[in-house]
Design a binder for this molecule. Structure first.
Ligand code: GUN
Length: 294
């Protein structure tokens, strides 16, 4: 049996960041300003702290300004809304990201909807969700954008492919489907109530797994030659007691059927921050009335 091509997210993310750095240098020399990204972290969630540190470091490495706001988890919703209003008004801030999850006493939707849509580099604001769905220039969520770049790195033209997205979240599944429609795929969104999920997945030329269940998609669900993009990141404990990161796809078995597959870790994960930086450049250009750079 053949083995799938392994799509290397680390290398492709490094290429995206290099493109961002080149675009930032051009913006500075041709347009005379420096794009800036503000990240707001509320509380002490360990995973969120790691993400925020990595975001800040990579923002600076790409030549942009990074603004970090670390707040205690006891702050009020009003305090956070007030900070967002200040960032909305700050001309040096082109992108705003409020790290999720937020403490329970704060209404996440209310906070996300308070962000100026032009600075919404997560692409979570209803204005951007709507623009994406009607095909207007919009900021689109980072993980789905990164997933499309990975699929296209293997097959540049995705036109006409039968794509099956497993998962219907607002952050991944739904925007993923919109982006694949834009690539001219025939898109199915499958979810926990889908009848005969293995049968649906077996018809797919492109499988996007975003369910959040470790190794849920089995190897024999994958059509020979299909492209498999695994968005899941799940920490499991092996029988020997050691921890391990796995995706939503049984990688070893799926790799026997797939044409190409992303690993976990080292697949979609590194793309998310790279696409956030890309979105920050795009947000800055849109705010200045400038066209996309590539
Ligand atoms: N928490 C985990 N991933 C993300 C993300 O992409 N954006 C935001 N805002 N919070 C997150």
């Amino acid at each position: 049996m053949s083995q799938a091509f392994i799509i290397d997210g680390k290398t492709i993310a490094a290429k995206v960041r290099a493109d961002v750095a080149a675009d930032v240098a051009r913006i500075k020399s041709e347009h005379g300003f420096q794009p800036g990204l503000a990240v707001v972290l509320v509380g002490e969630d360990p995973a969120s702290k790691v993400y925020v540190r990595n975001k800040a470091q990579q923002t600076v490495e790409c030549g942009m300004q990074s603004f970090e706001h670390k707040l205690d988890d006891t702050i009020s919703e009003e305090f956070l809304l007030d900070l967002v209003a200040k960032l909305n008004a700050d001309p040096n801030v082109h992108g705003i990201l409020v790290q999720m999850p937020l403490p329970k006493h704060i209404d996440s939707n209310k906070v996300l909807e308070s962000i100026n849509p032009a600075k919404d580099v997560d692409g979570f604001h209803p204005m951007n969700v709507g623009k994406l769905s009607i095909g207007e220039r919009a900021l689109a969520p980072c993980t789905p954008v990164g997933s499309v770049i990975l699929a296209r790195s293997y097959q540049h033209d995705l036109s006409g492919l039968d794509a099956v997205v497993i998962g219907r979240s607002n952050i991944v599944g739904k925007p993923m489907a919109q982006l694949l429609l834009r690539e001219n795929c025939t898109v199915t969104i499958a979810h926990s109530r889908t009848k005969d999920l293995p049968g649906v997945v077996r018809r797919a030329d492109l499988v996007i797994a975003a369910i959040g269940k470790p190794e849920f998609v089995k190897g024999d669900w994958i059509k020979p030659g299909a492209i498999v993009i695994d968005v899941g990141i799940n920490r499991i404990v092996k029988p020997d007691g050691k921890g391990k990161l796995v995706g939503d796809v049984d990688f070893a078995e799926a790799a026997k059927n797939a044409g190409a597959i992303t690993p976990v870790p080292g697949g979609v994960g590194p793309m998310t921050i790279a696409c956030l930086l890309k979105n920050t450049v795009e947000a800055a250009l849109m705010q200045k009335g400038l066209p996309p750079m590539r």
